[in-house]
Ligand binder design. Structure first.
Ligand code: ATP
Length: 437
């Protein structure tokens, strides 16, 4: 599925043109770093999340799902360390007033925007969005939009254990929005101010943490392979010891080779017992677990897997985007895995005269729960191109022979090969396609 033809401009344009992603508030002058997902984008996102959760829950160890609140009290963020440390270094150019993340510019050199060298000193800027609950503004009403989903998992650890009767080792997964007031949101969905994360915190005994860390790294790598990402564009980058948070025992980034360089797609970390210990201390609660074998209590260690839905969405588009030449014209094709493509198939009548029969097949598949689109506008070639561009893996065309032989022509997005299949066999055909790894 390798393609080096994708540029950020092409992806942004395709996303807007075909209804994957729009700038939020575009009819007013737009909101920087915030995006809305259109009909195709919302489906693609849904499919990504579905795949992630299915994968997370497919292993021998139990992984349960929670859905925590977006707002968290100052206590939560104090205990987690975000209030004190969740900041990026910021610097301004005094000449043109442009603001940068200090690690994005070389302060020994001139401002890349105006060419002058007149920097402010570097300040730390906390990335959390602060708000107030209720009508009375005082210290107790302060709340923050969560900058990551993980804390809702840690603060509910005891709730889950006691209400769900699950035993260590087990994982708690969550998919949901996170908010970061990024100094310079950029590269489209890569760095946003409002985004979605898929995080899984795996709780285990301290002596098992290294083993589970290795295991989850391997599982996460496999997940990206199953989504069809080009293996040469994925690499694992272990953090150097000076990059690690003081509590973290190990951390590996899964990186993707974006057109703007190798960048983090997912972070996998062995966080030791930091999170539960911190919350236990700050909340004054015992978050330890009783071990029947040793008859003593211990604080579980945590292995975290954290990936951005939107960043993975962008990665999949970059990886799937391809252009080839067909009949002297450039064809744009998204070679998305069938299980995550917004639509699995398009149903097309060759001519409007036989539209009704084709529509019957479409409605049958739709009511059976298949994601199918009906497309009867324009030449068949144009319709194929339209479906190629949104990643639909196959198109079924009902033609004049279909009336007599009970078959349709199925055309493959990637090979453009066509074959006849029985109308009765379409469902099995789609089932096989979706089951493909
Ligand atoms: P980066 O170094 O790129 O800022 P990070 O190390 O701060 O990322 P984490 O806090 O580990 O990121 O978040 C886990 C995942 O959430 C990231 O791997 C990424 O996929 C996603 N993510 C983080 N920040 C953003 C953002 N601003 N926009 C979109 N996705 C994000």
């Amino acid at each position: 599925m390798s393609s080096s033809k994708a540029t950020l401009e092409k992806i942004v344009s395709l996303c807007k043109r075909r209804g994957f992603v729009y700038q939020s508030g575009e009819i007013y002058s737009g909101l920087n770093g915030v995006y809305d997902f259109g009909p195709l984008g919302a489906l693609l996102k849904h499919n990504i999340k579905n795949k992630w959760l299915t994968c997370m829950m497919s292993f021998a160890e139990e992984v349960v799902l929670v859905d925590g609140s977006l707002l968290g009290s100052a206590d939560v963020w104090k205990a987690s360390g975000h209030l004190d440390n969740f900041s990026d270094p910021m610097v301004d150019c005094l000449q043109c007033k442009k603001r940068y993340r200090a690690d994005d510019v070389d302060l020994e050199k001139n401002c890349p925007h105006c060419g002058n060298k007149n920097w402010t000193s570097v300040r730390q800027f906390n990335l959390m969005f602060k708000t107030e609950l209720g009508a009375m503004a005082d210290a107790t009403s302060v709340a923050y939009l969560r900058p990551e989903t993980a804390q809702a998992i840690f603060i509910n650890f005891k709730n889950v254990m006691s209400s769900y009767r699950v035993k260590v080792p087990f994982g708690i997964a969550q998919i949901g929005k996170a908010f970061r007031n990024e100094i310079t949101p950029k590269q489209f969905l890569f760095r946003m101010r409002e985004f979605e994360q898929m995080e899984m915190e795996f709780f285990c005994k301290g002596e098992d943490a290294d083993r589970f860390f290795e295991l989850w790294v391997e599982r996460r790598k496999q997940f990206f392979m199953q989504l069809g990402l080009t293996p040469e564009r994925i690499r694992l980058r272990p953090h150097a010891s000076d990059e690690l948070a003081h509590y973290s025992k190990a951390c590996i980034d899964v990186e993707y080779d974006f057109p703007f360089g190798w960048k983090e797609l997912e972070g996998i970390a062995n966080r030791a017992d930091f999170d539960l210990t911190q919350h236990g201390k700050h909340a004054g609660k015992d978050l330890g677990v009783f071990d029947d074998a040793t008859k003593s209590s211990y604080v579980p260690h945590v292995v975290e897997c954290s990936v951005g839905v939107d960043r993975l969405f962008l990665t999949l588009l970059f990886d799937a985007y391809d252009e080839d030449e067909v009949d002297g014209e450039t064809r744009t094709v998204l070679r998305l895995h069938p299980a995550i493509a917004p639509f699995t198939a398009a149903i097309m009548p060759l001519s409007s005269k036989i539209s009704e029969q084709a529509e019957k097949i479409f409605l049958h598949l739709k009511t059976k729960g298949y994601r199918v689109q009906f497309d009867d506008g324009g030449s068949i070639g144009k319709r194929y191109r339209r479906q190629d561009e949104i990643g639909t893996p196959v198109c079924f065309t009902y033609d004049f022979d279909s009336e007599t032989d009970g078959k349709v022509t199925v055309r493959n997005r990637d090979t453009m090969q066509q074959e006849r299949v029985a109308i009765d066999g379409i469902e099995d055909y789609l089932k096989n396609l979706l089951a493909k790894n």
